[in-house]
Design a protein around this ligand. Structure first.
Ligand code: NAI
Length: 784
């Protein structure tokens, strides 16, 4: 059967552009600036220019930030209900103008009207409704939190309006004001949104929209008046942003690239899985960060599956995006076409088989790419590893579930995955083993405002959507009360060793603690540790790069800890507390000798209580079961981050150590810890406590020595998933953040600000656990 053309009218969208002279300034303080230096936005389906946009300069960005700063206190003070009413008005207006927005989006981006009309716009409105709700409930649901302040938001071109909604809705709900930059290829719907903000009664300065390319993005990233950055885009730019913001104290969330596996087991509903795959890789021409771009199909059904898939590909209609029966629209820009073409041709030269539907007519004008299936690629081939970001699927097969998991995780990314099987036990066994922030079971590319979205590994960190997403736009008020630490803790001049009244002190060299065993430092160096009065107290091993490597390896081997039940982990923490209590006086004396603290006994007591506290949390940091409007539930699980490098505070050598290590291990992480550089002997005394407390070897590894040097090694290590640094070194924290960009580790740093480690507000609570976990959202069919 042949379809006749069913074009959507573009009359109103063109009239909207015409009325505005096809030339736009910037939207700052609820007013339009005169257009400055401009660039064109074109329709990728025919290459025709749609409008001229202003390339915002650093001065323009500064004006936008100033406007946002002025507006922020009043916007926050408006209260949850005040903001909710305005956000509700935005949602209503988005629905009212849905068709105009959908057509404008299709013209600017090249994506099909079916998708903008039926997927993007309904989700955009849903986002504003849902987050109007969070504004309303903010005080009740997030007590003790405030808005971050002014947020800079930078989005890509693949879902221009949807990404805008994902960014702007939670930021507004939390009471932040915004400087927003759409992608240079697709700025138009953001400008129409600016008009909607005015109609909805958004006060001046609350939402500011600046257009431009990466240079404008850089100006936002660097601006000192920005308190938080939220970025969606390529991993490459995400890395640059991490580096550029290192040490700035700006909060950061990154939603980056992906190479998501689409796993089909032999017992899957094959027709449904083929249909799901069409949605997964050919939705939006494959220009989707979570596209199911790697098909992993069980060998026994591979042939049947690929045959059906090819038949389905032959029926995909490529053509005018405004035609309501088009499946595949235009790519955003010829530059993307060239990138994709180069990757596919390289695969062909390497001997891969490339399948494209024979009858796929590529229009003469515009930027297009036929749906493509690549078979025969090796697991390390560029097409199997790189984010192609186009309508290109790479297929591979596997034999066993274990092999499927291994292949699925064989990527630097960890954004999403699909698992297809009619055997619910198998699907729910595989889902937790996949390192990805979203797992769809027997479905694909589902999104909802109530469900968190975001990645593991080099796919970034932070979540968008739901409660998890709201947290990204809030800070605990207790953070404001943190004191600035004195620059360097001054120790008295060392006294000669002979001054010690302990005759054995000279022989006492504490070793490192790796894999549950005491280990001599690789470099065979040690350093002397003196008390506050200069008395020689002992020696500690001077750890180096090799020791860190060994410790990380030991931590990886201790993966059984992550799989242990939370109940078991809690038992071990209680046991550590009990054994610490049994030697409480000894620890207090040692702390007093090192620090001259008058609070040493109090510190030991507080540490014991803190161990109880985190033991209590171990089996209570539950996730959530979301009920999105689709038929299904989304189970949001808090998973351990993995291996965390921890640099402890110098002060409170016991309580600081316990306050960081206990929450990390309570939720299943393994840690490599650099204890207080100035007073490390408390940590080395803990070895015996750990040994007698059933803590499996490798869960806590301790490397003593120079905090700066060891932190640097931890931050550059590619097998560490997160790094926490709280020793009060602002420069050290900045360095750690910069180095973390290499493998996009998550960071939690204290900068020059200290924490009152005795305060449960500053050193405990859910905020700490949020640093120790990452949320996996698993979409499960339910009640279908
Ligand atoms: P990109 O990451 O360069 O652009 C995304 C946004 O960042 C745009 O608004 C851009 O103007 C801005 N930007 C660029 N350089 C910046 C900088 N130094 N500082 C601050 N902002 C900056 O993505 P691009 O070049 O458009 O696409 C290239 C590739 O990136 C794609 O082929 C795809 O593989 C990947 N990509 C992934 C996305 C995702 O959602 N995961 C989205 C877009 C692109």
């Amino acid at each position: 059967m042949e379809y006749g053309p069913a074009p959507e009218s573009q009359k109103e969208a063109q009239a909207w552009l015409e009325q505005r002279g096809r030339k736009f300034g910037l939207f700052i303080d609820n007013a339009w600036t005169e257009a400055g230096e401009t660039f064109a936005s074109t329709n990728p389906a025919d290459g025709k220019e749609l409008a001229q946009l202003t390339q915002a300069t650093a001065d323009d960005v500064d004006r936008a930030v100033q406007a946002a700063r002025r507006a922020q206190p009043a916007w926050a003070a408006l209260g949850g209900h005040g903001r909710a009413k305005i956000m509700y008005a935005i949602a209503r207006l988005m629905q009212k103008h849905a068709r105009l927005l959908a057509v404008l989006e299709t013209l600017d981006n090249g994506k099909t009207i079916r998708e903008t009309r039926d997927a993007d716009l309904p989700l955009v409105a849903r986002h504003f409704y849902h987050h109007a709700g969070w504004a309303q409930l903010l005080d009740e649901e997030f007590p003790g939190h405030r808005a971050v302040g002014v947020v800079g938001q930078i989005v890509p071109w693949n879902f221009p309006l949807l990404m805008l909604a994902w960014k702007i809705a939670p930021a507004l709900a939390a009471g932040n004001t915004i400087v927003f930059k759409p992608a240079e290829f697709t700025p138009l719907t953001a400008l129409l949104f600016a008009e909607i903000c005015v109609q909805a009664g958004v006060p001046a300065g609350v939402v500011n929209i600046v257009t431009g390319d990466g240079r404008t993005g850089e100006a936002i990233v660097k601006h000192e008046g920005i308190d938080k950055l939220a970025f969606t885009g390529s991993t490459e730019v995400g890395r640059l942003i991490r580096e550029a913001t290192a040490g700035s104290g700006k909060k950061l969330s990154l939603e980056l690239g992906g190479k998501s596996p689409y796993i089909v087991f032999e017992d899957a509903d094959i027709d449904a899985a083929v249909e799901g795959l069409v949605d997964s890789i050919w939705f939006n021409q494959g220009q989707v960060c979570c596209a199911g771009s790697r098909l992993l199909v069980q060998e026994s059904v591979e042939e049947r599956f690929l045959k059906k898939l090819k038949a389905r590909m032959d029926n995909l209609r490529l053509g005018s995006p405004l035609d309501k029966s088009t499946d595949i629209g235009a790519l955003v820009d010829p530059i993307q076409r060239q990138r994709i073409h180069a990757l596919v041709e390289a695969a062909r030269e390497e001997g891969c088989e490339i399948y494209q539907p024979a009858a796929c007519d590529i229009p003469a004008e515009g930027s297009w790419f036929a749906p493509t299936l690549i078979t025969g690629a090796s697991t390390s081939a560029a097409v199997a590893q790189a984010e192609i970001f186009g309508p290109v699927l790479v297929a591979m097969s596997f034999r066993t579930p274990a092999e499927a998991v291994q292949l699925a995780n064989n990527t630097v990314y960890g954004l999403a995955a699909c698992v297809w099987s009619e055997n619910i036990s198998l699907a729910l066994d595989v889902a937790p083993q996949i390192k990805a922030g979203v797992v769809w079971i027997n479905t694909a590319n589902q999104f909802d405002a109530a469900c968190g979205f975001g990645g593991y590994k080099e796919s970034g960190y932070g979540r968008e959507g739901g409660r998890e997403g709201m947290v990204e736009y809030l800070v605990p008020v207790s953070e404001d009360a943190r004191p600035a630490l004195p620059a360097v803790a001054k120790l008295a001049a060392p006294k000669p060793a002979a001054a010690s009244n302990d005759p054995f002190a000279i022989d006492r060299t504490a070793k490192l603690y790796i894999g549950g065993k005491q280990a001599r430092p690789d470099g065979a160096y040690s350093r002397a540790i003196h008390g506050a009065d200069g008395t020689f107290l002992g020696e500690i091993g001077e750890g180096n790069r090799k020791d860190i490597r060994n410790a990380v390896e030991a931590a990886h081997k201790a993966s059984g800890w992550t799989k242990a039940t939370a109940h078991n982990r809690a038992q071990v923490l209680y046991y550590i507390a009990e054994n610490l209590a049994a030697r409480g006086q000894e620890f207090a004396d040692r702390i007093a000798a090192q620090t001259s603290s008058k609070n040493a006994e109090k510190e030991v007591q507080a540490s014991i209580e803190r161990l109880f506290y985190w033991a209590a949390w171990a089996d209570k940091y539950d996730g959530a079961a979301h009920q999105p409007p689709m038929h299904g539930i989304t189970v949001a699980l808090n998973e351990a981050v993995g291996v965390i490098g921890i640099v402890c505070p110098n002060e409170n050598p016991l309580l600081g150590f316990i306050s960081l290590v206990a929450p990390a291990i309570a939720v299943g992480n393994r840690v490599v810890v650099v204890p207080s550089e100035a007073h490390p002997l408390t940590a080395t005394d803990l070895y015996q406590v750990f040994d007698t407390s059933d803590l499996p070897g490798g869960v806590v590894n301790i490397v003593t020595g120079s905090a700066d040097e060891l932190a640097r090694t931890l931050a550059s290590h590619s097998d560490i998933d997160a790094i926490w640094r709280h020793d009060g070194s602002a420069a050290g924290c900045a360095e750690v953040e910069k180095l973390s960009a290499g493998s996009l580790k998550r960071t939690w740093t204290g900068g020059a600000k200290g924490r009152d480690w005795f305060s449960t507000q500053q050193a405990a609570g859910r905020t700490v656990l949020a640093h120790a976990t990452q949320v996996k959202n698993i979409w499960i069919p339910y009640g279908v």
